[in-house]
Design a binder for this molecule. Structure first.
Ligand code: GLY
Length: 386
């Protein structure tokens, strides 16, 4: 296929399909190699799962056991400090990175029992987790009510995911990448096992040497993939509360079996400087059905108030829903496609998209440059069969 120039720009070496935090991070690391990059985003950059996320950096809290995803998450967590510092310096946008820990709270004996099991494998894996009896939970987080026990994960944190999207966009553009919003990729052009470019839904064909598939929950909708990609939307509804106070109501993220509560800094534009809380999240298999429901939001609000009664006075200031890119095993799909040359996958990050931004950018570059990374074996694109 002819290499088609986009506007006045030269044809790119790489097309990144998807302009969420993952796609932008991949674009950024590849731009550093001198390649010409175009990011094609079906809507607006960072407006889907990146916008809807809670911003938690919680590899242990989200893990089901000491599996490859945990180690990937811990590697990414370790990269966040440097990644955020560079991003903030280069973009001029603060991303409010914090490592204030996460407190998992059990409110009954069954849930305490499951926390004990969690503590056992975390300790066996050589990771930090502090077991707290009820009075110790009260000492750590006086606002938390009704705890039977708790498990504190000191190294976990959070980042302002929406500021992250703004910052990434700025640095990606600064690095010379071109971003085209409203450009939905319908199909990959694959000839003889090689990716030659993409076709947009309006019929436009764009040539490139390499495609990075980073379209989140929509990744499996791109035609021309060598096998079905079982990435599905898992809807999450969330709400934001303004607490009516300027002092933090909890220090760390607090999570029960019914919800998590993420203390967020005041909205920079807010005249009252009230501390906010983000409460999440549902996990729904409803396809791409957009919007929130009053039942889900009320149940999240009730769960938050039950664990932190002072939130009774908080006002609901916002509610939203997003689509996590879920996979059959809950792990991302990463690395070079074994059957189509010049196609690299960076998708399926499910509940850990924000956490995995730095490591995905790094591994994407490894995959493109042909530097083997053994970790990629666990996340192979063909592991679900055909
Ligand atoms: N990582 C939190 C969520 O997906 O709800």
């Amino acid at each position: 296929m002819e290499r088609v120039a986009i506007g006045t720009e030269r044809a790119p070496d790489v097309i990144v399909v998807g302009g969420g935090a993952i796609g932008l991070a991949c674009a950024l690391t590849l731009a550093a190699t001198g390649r010409r990059i175009v990011v094609l985003e079906r809507g607006r950059t960072g407006a889907e799962a990146t916008h809807a996320a809670a911003g938690m950096l919680s590899p242990i809290g989200e893990a089901v056991g000491p599996d490859p995803l945990l180690w990937l998450g811990l590697d990414s967590l370790a990269r966040w400090k440097e990644f955020a510092a560079e991003l903030e310096t280069d973009s001029g946008v603060g991303v409010d990175l914090r490592f204030d820990g996460k407190l998992l709270v059990a409110r009954d004996l069954a849930s305490a029992q499951s926390l004990r099991k969690r503590k056992a494998w975390i300790s066996e894996a050589g990771l930090d987790a502090e077991w707290l009896e009820a009075p110790e939970v009260a000492l750590r987080e006086p606002a938390v009510d009704g705890a039977v026990a708790g498990l504190f994960l000191p190294q976990e944190g959070q980042v302002d995911n929406r500021a992250l999207a703004r910052a990434l966009r700025i640095v990606v553009e600064q690095s010379g990448c071109s971003i085209r919003e409203g450009s939905q990729v319908a199909e990959l052009d694959v000839v003889g096992g090689h990716t030659r470019g993409v076709r947009l839904i309006d019929g436009t064909r764009l040539a490139c040497d390499l495609v990075i598939l980073a379209a989140g929950a929509w990744s499996g909708h791109v035609a021309g993939l060598p096998r079905p990609l079982p990435v599905r939307p898992v809807k999450g509804q969330m709400l934001a509360l303004e607490t009516g106070a300027t002092a933090p109501f909890v220090r760390s993220v607090v999570e029960t079996e019914s919800c998590y509560v993420v203390p967020r800094s005041p909205d920079p534009g807010s005249p009252t400087h009230e501390v906010r809380a983000w409460v999440g999240a549902t996990s729904e298999e409803v396809g791409f059905t957009r919007g929130t429901t009053s039942e889900a939001l009320e149940s999240l609000r009730t769960a938050a108030v039950t664990i932190i009664p002072s939130l009774t006075r908080a006002r609901v200031i916002d509610a939203w829903a997003g689509f996590r890119p879920g996979t059959p095993d809950g792990c991302p799909v990463l690395g070079r496609d074994p059957d189509v040359e010049d196609l690299v996958h960076a998708t399926g990050h499910y509940r850990n998209g924000i956490l995995l931004v730095p490591i995905t950018g790094h591994l994407c570059r490894c995959a493109v440059e042909g530097h083997g990374d053994a970790r990629l074996n666990s996340f192979r694109p063909d592991r679900f069969g055909s």
